[in-house]
Structure formats: structure tokens, C-alpha cells
Write a protein that binds this ligand. Structure first.
Ligand SMILES: [Zn+2]
Length: 133
């Protein structure tokens, strides 16, 4: 029980685990698997570096800085996932819609194909413009 108390005392006030740490750890695992197949030694070094960063973040007492890093990660993740979901939506509707972005706020918009030139009001910024459907 003394060991357990020492462990509890050691982890008290530490940042702990979050999604960024899990992504770093699974990326390191993936790099290890890839490096076994292609035999690039620098991939193992990169995997070790990712694991070291993950461990450092978990044991860090600077929770404010770790939270900021996690927010940056979530911002990047949202941009990447929205980009790919937009590409999938464009691919699925490529025969029935014409896709474009608002010239002011860059919101993704679509109009049915074959309707000719239509006047569009952006739902986000309210800008009106003409677009060929
Ligand atoms: Zn707009």
C-alpha cells in the first residue's frame, strides 16, 4: 500500500491523458508497424520521439500549456475533418449539384445543376451574388 500511495502522490497535479496523447501514441505504434515492413530505422526514432512527447505531456504539471496544445490540436482536427467531409459531399453530389464557396466568408455552398444563373444569398454572411447552376 505504501507503493500505491507513492504512485498516487506522484501523479497528483499532473496533466494526464487526452486525445492528443492517444493520437501521438497510436501514431507511434503505426510507425513501429510500418518500420517493421519497410525497415527504415529513422521511423523507429520518430516513433520513440512521439512516445516521449506523449509521456512528457501526460506527466507535465503545466496543465494550462497542455490544454492550449490540445485546443490547437482540436482546431487543426476540425479543419482536416471538415475539408474531407466537404470533399466527400462534393463527390457524392457531383452529378446533381455545382459546388462553390462564398467569395466573402468561404462558406461551402451548392446549387442544383442545370438551373442556369441564380442569385444566392450566403446563409452565413448575407452576401448576395450570382452563380451559374
Ligand atoms: Zn458568406
Amino acid at each position: 500500500m505504501i507503493v500505491w500511495e507513492k504512485i498516487k502522490q506522484f501523479v497528483r497535479g499532473r496533466y494526464g491523458n487526452d486525445e492528443l496523447n492517444r493520437v501521438l501514441s497510436f501514431s507511434a505504434l503505426g510507425l513501429c508497424v510500418i518500420s517493421m515492413a519497410v525497415r527504415f530505422p529513422w521511423l523507429n526514432t520518430l516513433a520513440l520521439a512521439l512516445l516521449a512527447i506523449s509521456l512528457y505531456r501526460s506527466l507535465s504539471r503545466n496543465t494550462h500549456k497542455r490544454t492550449q496544445e490540445a485546443e490547437i490540436y482540436f482546431g487543426c482536427r476540425i479543419k482536416v475533418t471538415s475539408f474531407f467531409s466537404w470533399q466527400i459531399e462534393k463527390w457524392k453530389g457531383r452529378k446533381t449539384y455545382r459546388f462553390f464557396s462564398c467569395p466573402i466568408c468561404r462558406k461551402h455552398l451548392r446549387v442544383p445543376k442545370g438551373v442556369g444563373q441564380v442569385s444566392i444569398k450566403c446563409p452565413r454572411c448575407g452576401k448576395k451574388f450570382l452563380q451559374r447552376g
